[in-house]
Write a protein that binds this ligand. Structure first.
Ligand code: SF4
Length: 494
């Protein structure tokens, strides 16, 4: 474990995330100086030691500078910075200012670059939405090249990733130009049930089998919450509707029909431009469910293979085969869907570039309308983290080099990258990219990533986002746990 200590409770998240990005297989803890690290103390108990643990990094915020002291087997190294641009501008160093946070990240990134001898593809960026930086530059009149250069110079982003982000930002702006959003909003509906739980899952998801009684109570609460949301948004234009989860098609055809009907009954859906249902798991897709989706105005669905290798599907607990994915995809085409997305994950346990190439070849043969490529993210407390603790981090190192294979495959399918986001603890320090054929992009995905509209979200674990004056974004989270969610809705004032 790598321990970082700070002399003030500032920017611990940033320190933790950047160290972790440079040392992906390591546990990292950033604590206040003098504070014990519980895991380290627990390991020491048997020898009775409780003394202060040695820190890999000590950060000192002083009156006018930041100091960093690194200790490892190579020795002790000291780096210190007074934010130059602040000094030159005659601005007093303020430990809580955004400029100080930037200075800390620059210093930490350069120090870790120096210590490890390598760079990170996304430089010092640890946030979810790197394209937002490029979008801002483009909106201020920069060209694609200038926006990319800004990301390289200001945030140490590699040339490739900076160009990718700037091109995607431009594509998003072009798509939005032809889809004026104005002051509408989007609706998200979460179904937290799946046929089984995948090894890497970090979403609200519970097994659907044997949960019929609970699903009934859940749907009643969901209908109630949807009614409240509809009341609150009366008179506003609804632009997109997205059913995610979980796996919405883990519901029965009858339950799906009732839920979609409820949304249409409660909301004015006359101006909705996009209805997406993440059918997701091929083992949940049946002809009668597809017919229900077609009977309602669903325009876009996902049939997600994640991988087309059966051995990997068994390891990750997907409970379906590659053959089932092929069948579900054909069924969806035959049902009349002309906008089908497929999701895949890079860096799955044991997968090599050859396995990824095989998955991409199978996907190309099916010919989806969009492809979303995820780099595996290892969430704290997930079953995947346990798996890695047992099998070793080396089993999941493949994401970095294989993203290029996915980019080439998308090009062969005439798809352009149109949205991008990152998550914490992604293998290979990569990203997730959505590719789509012309006109087959997911508008909701862009709205979410660029935070362009309020999103009213219903269901366990869902997150609504609203804008306060000045466009400050406020989140409102629903409980992830199903009984807590049902209780919350029951006790809500209407
Ligand atoms: S299908 Fe998605 S939501 Fe369901 S268990 Fe797998 S990763 Fe989680």
């Amino acid at each position: 474990m790598l321990v970082a200590k700070v002399n003030a409770d500032l920017y611990r998240y940033e320190i933790d995330a950047l160290i972790h990005a440079f040392y992906p297989g390591e546990e990292v803890r950033t604590v206040l100086a003098g504070q014990a690290v519980p895991e380290v103390q627990a390991n020491k108990k048997s020898c009775g030691g409780t003394e202060d643990e040695p820190a890999f990094l000590s950060v000192e915020y002083e009156e006018d500078c930041i100091g960093m002291l690194f200790s490892d087997e190579q020795g002790v190294r000291r780096f210190a910075a007074l934010p130059g641009e602040l000094k030159e501008a005659g601005i007093r160093f303020d430990r809580r200012s955004p400029e100080t946070k930037d200075a800390l990240k620059h210093l930490l990134y350069e120090s870790l670059q120096d210590i490890t001898g390598h760079d990170l593809p996304w430089g010092e960026l640890i946030g979810v939405r790197p394209t937002k930086i490029a979008t801002k530059q483009l909106q201020n009149g920069a060209s694609i090249n200038e926006a990319a250069l800004y990301m390289q110079k200001r945030h140490y982003v590699s040339e490739d990733k900076a160009m990718l982000a700037a091109r995607i930002a431009q594509t998003e702006l072009d798509i939005l130009d032809s889809n004026v959003l104005g002051d509408g909003y989007s609706l998200y509906v979460g179904i937290p049930y799946c046929p089984s739980t995948c090894l890497y899952c970090s979403f609200p998801s519970y097994p659907a089998a044997g949960a019929a009684g609970q699903i009934k109570a859940y749907l009643e609460a969901l209908h109630e919450e949807l009614a409240m949301i509809a009341d609150m948004n009366r008179g506003r234009r609804l632009d997109t509707v997205y059913f995610g989860g979980g796996t919405p098609t883990a519901l029965s055809a009858g339950e799906l029909d009732q839920l979609l009907g409820k949304v249409r009954e409660l909301f004015d859906t006359g101006k909705v431009r996009e209805w997406t249902v993440e059918a997701g798991r091929p083992d949940s897709i049946t002809e009668d469910k597809l017919r229900v989706l077609r009977d309602h105005p669903v325009t876009r669905i996902s049939v997600n293979p994640q991988t087309m290798n059966d051995a990997t599907l068994r390891i990750i607990g997907r409970g379906h085969t590659a053959e089932q994915t092929v069948r579900a995809f054909h069924m969806a085409r035959e049902a009349g869907f002309d906008n089908i997305n497929m999701d895949m994950i890079l860096g799955l346990p044991g997968e090599t570039a050859k396995d990824v190439a095989h998955t991409l070849k199978e996907i190309e043969e099916l010919g989806p309308d969009s492809l979303t490529v995820h780099s595996l993210a290892i969430k704290k407390g997930s079953r995947m983290q346990q798996y890695i603790a047992e099998k070793g981090y080396d089993t999941v190192l493949g994401a970095g080099s294989t993203m290029e294979l996915a980019i080439d495959s998308a090009k062969r399918m005439d798809m352009l990258p149109y949205y991008l986001y990152r998550q914490k603890n992604m293998t290979g320090n990569q990203e997730n990219i959505g590719f789509a054929k012309n006109g087959k992009y997911g508008l909701y995905n862009i709205i979410m990533m660029e935070e362009l509209q309020p999103v009213a979200a219903a269901g366990a674990g869902s997150v609504s986002k609203f804008f306060e004056p000045g466009r400050r974004i406020v989140r409102s989270d629903n409980p992830k746990e199903i009984t807590a969610y049902i209780e919350k809705i029951k006790s809500a004032d209407r």
